[in-house]
Write a protein that binds this ligand. Structure first.
Ligand SMILES: Cc1cc2nc3c(=O)[nH]c(=O)nc-3n(C[C@H](O)[C@H](O)[C@H](O)COP(=O)(O)O)c2cc1C
Length: 301
């Protein structure tokens, strides 16, 4: 039976699939539930300096082949989230996701996440519906380098940088992050999107624009990982539209060392991880791959 163990730099996981930030990861109890369901790690909800209510309803709906959301990064703030982290880290690896408006704020939040026991920090530089915090920062290579450098100086855990597909310079941004000290690239966050209700002649979301996720974005994510695998030497974590082991294999074979599942947890339930793990083991056995690592980038070399 092929091994499911993976390494993302110095972060070692028994299973290759993580819960993506923002899905079933807002409390210690929900993070523990996901670890027990077969996830190798959980990425926390993105947390900022102070409590934030996010955008009012409507802020989420299903669409063809996926979902759209404009949650606006609701979170309890780093002080309150510490209790949730402390509960969850005793059960398994938790990656602490943070967002901020400046290098100093990112560094402070990452430092706190390290104190709470995060095995790595993930910098959310890619939210398409959180003005001032999200992809405005993450689409400027100089700004990305400044944030990554400040965080790398502040923490000793690995620094992962989550990037947006809403740019034509993705590989330049990733290279800037790598040069500034990033330990891994996470791709992709949601695609900037909009839903209009004809009867109201208005956008559905209170925020008007939103982020598209789910299976319909998988080809965009796989292409992003493919390009990143050629552009950077640090590990890549693939995310976007993964709902079964074949989806995960596309990301791995494009160049991802591990992957995350977001919308798939909503559509398939927490069992999605056990199903993916079993599917990956069968695939490796049938095709003679000894482990996940032996499949990373094989479609891309
Ligand atoms: C309801 C919802 C909330 C999300 N919240 C966050 C978040 O707080 N931080 C973040 O980095 N990404 C967030 N995301 C993006 C996901 O982590 C993921 O990058 C994206 O949805 C693509 O993966 P998927 O197709 O598997 O959902 C959120 C996505 C959804 C659907």
């Amino acid at each position: 039976m092929g091994s499911l163990r993976v390494s993302i730099g110095s972060v070692r996981l028994d299973r290759p699939g993580m819960v993506a930030s923002g899905i079933m990861d807002e409390t210690g109890a929900s993070m523990i539930r996901m670890l027990r369901s077969g996830a190798g790690a959980v990425v926390s909800k993105s947390v900022g300096s102070v409590p934030k209510p996010g955008h009012p309803n409507p802020n989420f709906t299903e669409t063809v082949g996926g979902c759209v959301n404009a949650m606006g990064l609701p979170n309890p703030g780093i002080d309150a989230f510490g209790e949730e982290m402390r509960t969850a880290v005793s059960e398994g690896p938790i990656v602490g996701s943070v967002f901020g408006a400046s290098p100093e704020e990112f560094a402070m939040l990452a430092d706190r996440m390290e104190d709470y026991g995060a095995c790595a920090v993930e910098l959310n530089l890619s939210c398409p519906h959180a003005q001032g915090y999200g992809m405005e920062l993450g689409t400027d290579p100089k700004v990305v380098a400044g944030i990554v450098s400040a965080v790398s100086d502040a923490v000793s855990v690995p620094v992962w940088v989550k990037l947006t597909p809403n740019t034509h310079i993705l590989t330049q941004i990733a290279s800037a992050a790598e040069s500034a000290g990033a330990d891994a690239i996470v791709a992709i966050n949601t695609l900037k999107a909009m839903v209009i209700v004809p009867e109201f002649a208005k956008p559905l979301m209170s925020n008007k624009t939103c982020g598209l996720s789910g299976r319909c974005i998988k080809p965009v994510g796989v292409r992003a990982v493919w390009d990143l695998h050629k552009a950077v030497s640090i590990p890549i974590v693939g995310v976007g539209g993964i709902e079964d082991h074949r989806d995960a294999l596309e990301y791995i074979m494009a160049g991802a060392s591990a992957f995350q599942v977001g919308t798939g947890v909503l559509t398939r339930g927490p069992e999605v991880f056990a199903d993916i793990n079993a599917g990956l083991e069968s695939f490796m056995e049938e095709h003679g791959y000894p482990d996940i690592r032996s499949m990373v980038g094989v479609a891309n070399d």
